[in-house]
Design a protein around this ligand. Structure first.
Ligand SMILES: C[S@@+](CC[C@H](N)C(=O)[O-])C[C@H]1O[C@@H](n2cnc3c(N)ncnc32)[C@H](O)[C@@H]1O
Length: 196
């Protein structure tokens, strides 16, 4: 991991523990609280670059599991025979093209974040487009009982989105991780028990 102006305790810890990004600690917290991964799971990681969420998932699913990552950027520091990568724009992706992403898919996770403009309304709208697409993909590829995690920025559309997701899962929880920066409006939605 490169040094940057946002460096903090989590950044330093991630470097020391050889994670590819500090965001790994957000997923770790989510997993410890909601028990997302199990041995042998097949996982889809949307917006996977630089790769710390995929790294963490690979560790938890043990041999027999598989992670497919998708991003606009290639996670060139992540190499594992159980990791496959697809370079693509999520917004243009046909979910049916993911049929060979490992079956049955138990977990779809999205840490997708748009390139920000600084204009609040534009950034919120772009983020919501990504989140909705991630949810659409999850609904097309998850097997019954599957789990869906996604990063959302709190805004006007958030409640509507949560209600939509709740129609398709047995349980939906909202969680703000300790590793999230204090000024950020980022929260995570954790949905379990997918029913197609
Ligand atoms: C916060 S980073 C993900 C960090 C990752 N979870 C990790 O732990 O290493 C968000 C990612 O979303 C990707 N992204 C944003 N828009 C995208 C799109 N339309 N299609 C694919 N990836 C996209 C960005 O390229 C970026 O790598």
């Amino acid at each position: 991991m490169k040094r940057n102006q946002w460096e903090d305790h989590y950044t330093r810890q991630a470097r020391k523990e050889r994670w590819l990004a500090r965001s790994v600690y957000k997923l770790q917290e989510i997993d410890q609280k909601f028990r997302i991964f199990a041995r042998g799971n097949h996982v889809l990681d949307l917006g996977c670059y630089p790769g710390s969420w995929s790294q963490y998932a690979l560790l938890k699913i043990k041999p027999g599991g598989l992670v497919t990552g998708i991003d606009l950027k290639v996670p060139d520091h992540l190499s594992d025979p159980r990791f496959r990568f697809l370079k693509a724009d999520i917004l243009l992706l046909d979910p049916e093209s993911l049929e060979d992403a490992g079956c049955p898919l138990k977990v779809v996770m999205s840490d997708l974040a748009p390139r920000t403009t600084g204009i609040k309304e534009v950034d919120a709208a772009r983020s919501m487009d990504l989140v909705r697409k991630a949810s659409e993909i999850a609904s097309s590829v998850l097997c019954p009982g599957g789990r869906f995690i996604c990063k959302v920025f709190e805004g006007e559309d958030f409640r509507g989105f949560r209600d939509e997701v709740a129609l398709r899962y047995k349980e939906v929880r909202i969680f703000r991780t300790g590793a999230t920066r204090k000024k950020s409006r980022e929260i995570y939605l954790i949905a379990k028990g997918f029913h197609p």
